[in-house]
Ligand binder design. Structure first.
Ligand SMILES: [Cu+2]
Length: 487
């Protein structure tokens, strides 16, 4: 054990061996992959769908290059949006360092406007606080700024632009400070999930950063079913760190297990103060770590429990108006059609920011766009998505199985609610196929939207099969690299 420990410390620079490691690499700057895990060490954090920012060494200093840039990001097989992020993704890649490290972050601004970076929760000097004008000159387009830290804290921290609209355009990322003495008990898996929301007009690709009606709810830059499941082995102790840098609070709920809340954005909670639950509210600007023993095999949902956060590209199609003809009574035509009114010229008049049409009955301006829900648009959606399952056994597009709908359905107030919004006919298993989804029940993707993913608690044989498929796929910058290397 001690040989392995020494070796791992030398190579990876985690845990107590960090100082020796830094010296070891002093003359040979090169890219470092995320470290492997082993009992007695900190488990590297896996940020699904995003991954880590690699570093170089300059003497004893870990040097990270963060490039703020414009990104086209696929958030779902049916939607790619224009966001601002770092090094190719929004949120940006996760930075992982050790307590005691000396760290330099070089920010390069490739955005069309000034920016700067705030280091959320850092107990540091004011020149490192990232407040434009207040603590530093704004970094102009094409410019650079260097932040330098002595890491003395531990826990889940993050970086973000302190300009509010830039933050809502995606400019945030995780910053993990591993403790000098690893947390006890040891966790076999450690995941980071960023919680984000965007408001994107139908047929548009640019999130409206002023809008409060969010229609795309994301884990690590993806909406379900495009989120990548958390793969764990039956019996693993698992930590999940949630970070919320958005406009809404998110009650994160895990099925099938009881977890303990073991950390906040201020670091580790003393064990005597841990509290059990299955739902943890992650408020804006907060981090919450939970830990549990994955002792119950199955594909368990992990999701935000706000109902509208379990949907994609919402359009109002619930209730009887979706199946009546003509205008709803009690309003003028504009209201009935869900049209925005304003001067001059709705809906883009100066007294209205662009917003989502929430036309009752789906006849408003939300009805003519590819959407994963809404009976009026299913066909367009399906046609637009490669890999959609058009011909599932016994089903056709836009239709339910005969016994799915009661004969008196039309007489029931409030029908339909979910009848046409979810279900096997909306499945896109093939479009989101990846090794982590291997073995899920056919049609699963029809029931996974927005802030949803799985914690897949896999018995050894199935776990090994999925891990082996993940290895075979040889993905560049695989967020799961640390687990695949040690598996
Ligand atoms: Cu939520």
């Amino acid at each position: 054990m001690s040989t392995r420990r020494t070796f791992i410390q030398r190579v990876l620079g985690l845990g107590a061996g960090v100082i020796a490691t830094t010296k070891l690499h002093a003359d040979t700057p090169k890219r470092h992959a995320a470290p492997i895990s082993a009992p007695g060490f900190n488990t590297p954090v896996v940020t699904t769908d995003i991954g880590d920012l690699p570093f170089t060494l300059d003497g004893g200093t870990k040097v990270f290059h963060l490039v703020a840039e414009v990104i086209k990001q696929p958030i779902s097989p049916i939607k790619t949006i224009d966001v601002w992020g770092f090094n190719g993704s929004a949120p940006g890649p996760t930075i992982q360092v050790n307590q005691g490290d000396h760290v330099r972050v070089i920010l390069e601004n490739r955005l069309p406007e000034p920016t700067s970076l705030h280091w959320h929760g850092f107990e540091d000097t004011i020149p490192n606080d990232g407040m434009p004008v207040i603590s530093q000159p704004p970094v102009k387009p094409g410019g650079r700024f260097v932040y330098e830290f002595d890491i003395h804290q531990e826990g889940t921290y993050f970086y973000h632009s302190h300009m509010a609209m830039q933050e809502m355009a995606g400019m945030l990322g995780g910053f993990i400070m591993h403790p000098r003495e690893p947390y006890r008990p040891y966790c076999d898996k450690d995941f980071l999930i960023h919680l984000q929301e965007y408001a994107v007009l139908p047929n548009n690709t640019v999130p409206n950063t002023m809008n409060m009606e969010f229609n795309w709810l994301l884990f690590n830059g993806k909406a379900g079913p495009a989120t990548t499941p958390l793969i764990v082995r039956l019996g693993d102790r698992v930590r999940i760190r949630f970070v919320n840098l958005g406009m809404d609070h998110h009650p994160m709920h895990l099925h099938g297990h009881t977890f303990y809340v073991t950390g906040t954005e201020g670091g580790r909670i003393p064990e005597t103060a841990w509290w059990p639950g299955n739902t943890v509210l992650v408020g804006v600007a907060q981090a919450r770590s939970v830990e549990f023993i994955a002792n119950n095999p199955g594909d368990w949902m992990l999701h935000c429990h706000l109902p509208h956060h379990m949907m994609n590209q919402m359009s109002s199609n619930a209730g009887k108006m979706t199946r009546t003809t003509g205008m709803p009574a009690g309003g003028d035509m504009n209201t009935g059609m869900g049209m925005l009114q304003g001067e001059p010229g709705a809906p883009l008049g100066e007294d209205y920011g662009p917003t989502l049409g929430r036309g009752l009955g789906g006849v408003g301006n939300a009805s003519d766009t590819p959407s994963t829900n809404g009976p009026l648009s299913q066909q367009k959606t399906m046609a637009a998505v490669p890999g959609m399952q058009h011909d599932m056994e016994g089903m056709q597009m836009g239709q339910m199985e005969q016994d799915d709908i009661a004969k008196n359905a039309n007489d029931v107030p409030n029908f339909p609610q979910d009848a046409y919004m979810e279900g096997p006919m909306m499945a896109m298993d093939q479009a989101v196929e990846r090794p982590e989804n291997y073995g899920l029940n056919t049609g699963w993707s029809g029931f996974m939207q927005g802030m949803m993913t799985f914690v897949r608690v896999l018995p050894p044989e199935k776990y090994d099969e999925v891990i082996s498929r993940m290895k075979q796929s040889k993905r560049a910058n695989d967020p799961y690299a640390s687990i695949l290397e040690s598996a």
